[in-house]
Ligand binder design. Sequence first.
Ligand SMILES: NC(=O)c1ccc[n+]([C@@H]2O[C@H](COP(=O)([O-])OP(=O)(O)OC[C@H]3O[C@@H](n4cnc5c(N)ncnc54)[C@H](OP(=O)(O)O)[C@@H]3O)[C@@H](O)[C@H]2O)c1
Length: 217
Amino acid sequence: MASLRIAILGGTGELGTGLANRWARAGLSVILGSRDPAKAASAAASLAAETGGQVTGTSLTEATSAADVVVVAVPWASHDETLALVAPFTAGRIIVNAVVPLVPPKVSAVTLPEGGSAAMRAKSLLPEDARLTSAFHNVGAQKLKDGGPVDCDVLVFGDDKAAKDTVVALADQIGARGIDGGPLVNSVAGEAMTSVLIGINRRHKLPGAGIRITGLG
Ligand SMILES: NC(=O)c1ccc[n+]([C@@H]2O[C@H](COP(=O)([O-])OP(=O)(O)OC[C@H]3O[C@@H](n4cnc5c(N)ncnc54)[C@H](OP(=O)(O)O)[C@@H]3O)[C@@H](O)[C@H]2O)c1
């Protein structure tokens, strides 16, 4: 696990920065990927100083090429474009799609995209040998940045068991509990739950409601 290199596409954003912060503190090597390599390098330098960890920044394609695990954390509006750009560099890599198909302004209402979910759309855009998983839809970025306990479960979906096991372990590394949520087609449940949680946050004035699966001990 410690030798894994993790690229985060959209690593300068809310979720990407939060995940990078936690993984860098856990001793993992993180590469921030951005449309603007200079922006990524600057964000990486700040995170490295803050965490004392190993964080670098570069372009989306170079980050993908340099990593073992590639987390996609860009807005839904740029999901297809980003995956199409990096697709030629994904062979053999574990891809973790954290994108939720939110369509502003109605982000607290579940919206299902063409293809059924962001994960199934990603599957149609990536080559067969990319080891696609889907996770982290229900973790509020603010919680990751606060530095306190993350205190929630992370459902991990995918059709490649070994890839899913790695992502479950990566969820544990941010201080959450990773749980295998079944095949990639189930990702729609995790993605849809995000809109439910955004609504709960609004109604209860919470910074980041999360989910817990009971009965697992
Ligand atoms: N925020 C959360 O709490 C949270 C939780 C769970 C899941 N998610 C999901 O994670 C994804 C990222 O959310 P976020 O809140 O982190 O988003 P964000 O901060 O708005 O954006 C993330 C990054 O994506 C890149 N980006 C923005 N607009 C883009 C565009 N039009 N084309 C290409 N890249 C663009 C930017 O990086 P560069 O400018 O450096 O390229 C930006 O820093 C979303 O799909 C969201 O639904 C978010």
